[in-house]
Design a binder for this molecule. Structure first.
Ligand code: HEM
Length: 147
């Protein structure tokens, strides 16, 4: 193959590859957080792992001694699915009602978020998705802490 042809082929390949890359990132921009997280299977896997972290976290695990863990998992998956733009409906209590009378401290709230971050990191959730999810949960802090 003459060098001109080689350059021609490389040129076509470059256009194709950069075209695809451009389209991919444009599509990612428009995708919901739910889709970018990987949908319900990925959210379920993260929540399962997260509950495991909470169970082993002596800073907060006593809080969950009487909890209905399978139900709590379902509630959390539905809540995160709905909040991230997925096709779910959270049917649990409001955050204020669910944590009423518990007098949860800010340190306990932060411990729980830390346990979630561990799971998000373990499942290699991207920085953008991680930040969006954490800021959604951060917005609930006032309804969870000190009730
Ligand atoms: C943004 C942070 C949090 C979110 C999104 C969240 C979410 C939830 C949800 C969805 C429920 C179930 C409500 C229902 O059954 O109707 C729940 C219950 C509960 N949460 Fe939280 N929670 C948060 C923080 C915390 C913290 C920091 C603690 C304690 C350290 C805590 C302790 C509990 C307990 C003990 C229950 C009751 C579980 C049961 O009785 O089965 N939560 N939470």
């Amino acid at each position: 193959m003459a060098w001109r042809q080689v350059l021609g082929v490389l040129g076509v390949l470059t256009v194709l590859v950069s075209g695809c890359a451009g389209r991919d990132s444009a599509t990612m921009e428009k995708k919901s957080l739910y889709d970018r997280l990987g949908g319900k299977p990925a959210i379920t896997a993260v929540v399962d792992d997260f509950i495991g972290n909470v169970a082993g976290d002596t800073r907060i695990n006593r809080r969950f001694a009487d909890a209905n863990i399978p139900q709590l998992k379902t509630m959390l998956v539905d809540q995160i699915c709905e909040a991230s733009g997925g096709p779910c409906t959270y049917r649990g209590q409001t955050m204020k009602a669910a944590h009423k009378g518990m007098k949860i401290s800010e340190a306990e709230f932060n411990a729980l978020v830390e346990d979630l971050v561990k799971s998000l990191d373990k499942f290699k959730v991207g920085a953008r998705e991680k930040n969006e999810l954490l800021s959604a949960l951060g917005g609930m802090k006032g309804d969870v802490v000190g009730q």
